[in-house]
Design a protein around this ligand. Sequence first.
Ligand code: GDP
Ligand code: MG
Length: 163
Amino acid sequence: MKPTIALVGRPNVGKSTLFNRLTKTRDALVADQPGLTRDRHYGHGKVGGKPYFVVDTGGFEPVVDEGIMMEMARQTLQAVDEADAIVFIVDGRVGITPQDKLIAQRLRQSQRPVWVAVNKVEGMNRGVVTADFYELGLGDPVAISASHGEGVRELLSEVLDGF
Ligand code: GDP
Ligand code: MG
């Protein structure tokens, strides 16, 4: 089975950067400003001989127009629905935000296996940076740096282990 992994999280946490690394393309739009990636985006890759599909999502972007916000939340929920596993990305430098908690709540209801990826923690102590994120109630958080590639292989190996 070639599982589909959905990358979910609030804007600017590094979903598209991780997508690029997992697909080794520059296809996904990496933005310095939040809210730029608005469509779901599909790719595929392989880790340890195990292939996967991966879906980048626009996330629950806080754009001004509530209609667009609703549409993107809907798309993210659809991506979650269609996925076999979810990687929920949070920002290890910012900590848990109210939006993270809302997303966590939805994901706990999703009946999908979820991994919390604590991103942007290059050069930081993994145990220390992940400790806060147990509070999300989604199991052991995994420390990664999407831009530096740290922890990404380990994360994917764990995710793919069940498939
Ligand atoms: P998205 O909105 O969740 O898709 O986030 P992006 O992938 O567009 O990244 C948002 C910002 O975070 C960009 O400026 C990235 O360069 C930066 N970023 C992503 N991953 C990392 C990381 O591992 N470490 C650091 N320091 N910055 C990162
Ligand atoms: Mg993006």
